[in-house]
Design a binder for this molecule. Structure first.
Ligand SMILES: C[S@@+](CC[C@H](N)C(=O)[O-])C[C@H]1O[C@@H](n2cnc3c(N)ncnc32)[C@H](O)[C@@H]1O
Length: 242
């Protein structure tokens, strides 16, 4: 009974989350809009993705949103396939060259083993079932394929910075992050390992100098730089065992 109620709450929370992205659809590609940081994160994520090793290589972008990763993959030689549960995300992503479909990252409508690269950028902290999302992501990878992710850790510092502070800043939408869904790093690493992917994590944050320049309108974007802790925002990479 309790479990059923918990699952119902989780699925309601997913629908609220996705509806929020539909409400904010105009922000995806607005320069200096509410999703500006997602563009900076996409640039940092793309730096972890090598050029395709074979013609026809497939990159699956889980929770692709409006497709902001697309320009950063230009010239890398992948067929960029996106999956997103919102109505607006896949439609917008298609306009940017992504082969996007509407679907749930907890039940991805693609063939297992179809991907040379699976990207899970800022999506794991939005799903009610981390193990299932990891199972789906790792299941899509062919042997030797690469998993690239970035997300928020489930720490008090992360909750404070990403929710309490960030959601009070001007222009930052409220309610995009739920404290309960932030990601347990040990569980993430363990679930990836269970699915044949040894993941290495590294912490990142925006460059403070760039952020100041961006806030003053002097810089078009902000670089993400490495930090010694994974306690807030972190990236992960790992290869599926062959
Ligand atoms: C923070 S955005 C990240 C978008 C993109 N990956 C990026 O980094 O720009 C989260 C995205 O996940 C999508 N989303 C949330 N829950 C989802 C689910 N269960 N399945 C698929 N997409 C989901 C939302 O619609 C939204 O587009």
């Amino acid at each position: 009974m309790i479990e059923r109620r918990a699952r119902r709450c989780a699925s309601l929370s997913t629908m609220t989350d996705v509806a929020l992205y539909d409400d904010l659809a105009a922000e995806w590609w607005r320069p200096r809009g509410a999703f500006a940081m997602l563009h900076w994160l996409a640039a940092a994520r793309a730096r972890l993705i090598p050029p395709a090793a074979r013609p026809g290589a497939v990159l699956v972008d889980l929770g692709c949103g409006g497709g902001v990763l697309a320009p950063h993959l230009a010239g890398k030689g992948y067929l960029h396939v996106g999956v997103d549960l919102s109505r607006s995300g896949p439609a917008l992503a298609k306009r940017h060259g992504v082969h996007a479909v509407r679907g749930d990252v907890l039940a991805v409508p693609l063939r297992p083993g179809c991907a040379d690269v699976v990207v899970a950028g800022e999506i794991l902290e939005h799903v009610p079932d981390l193990a299932k999302a990891v199972e789906q992501a790792c299941g899509l990878l062919r042997p030797g394929g690469l998993l690239v992710l970035d997300t928020l850790a489930d720490t008090a510092l992360s909750r404070f910075l990403a929710i309490t502070v960030a959601e009070r800043l001007p222009g930052v939408p409220r309610g995009v992050h739920e404290a309960d869904l932030l990601v347990n790093r040990a569980a993430l690493v363990r679930e990836c390992a269970r699915r044949g992917v040894t993941v290495r994590l590294r912490g990142i944050r925006p460059s403070m100098l760039d952020l100041a320049g961006w806030a003053l309108g002097r810089r078009p974007a902000v670089r993400m730089v490495p930090v010694p802790t994974t306690a807030v925002l972190f990236q992960g990479t790992g290869m599926k065992e062959t």
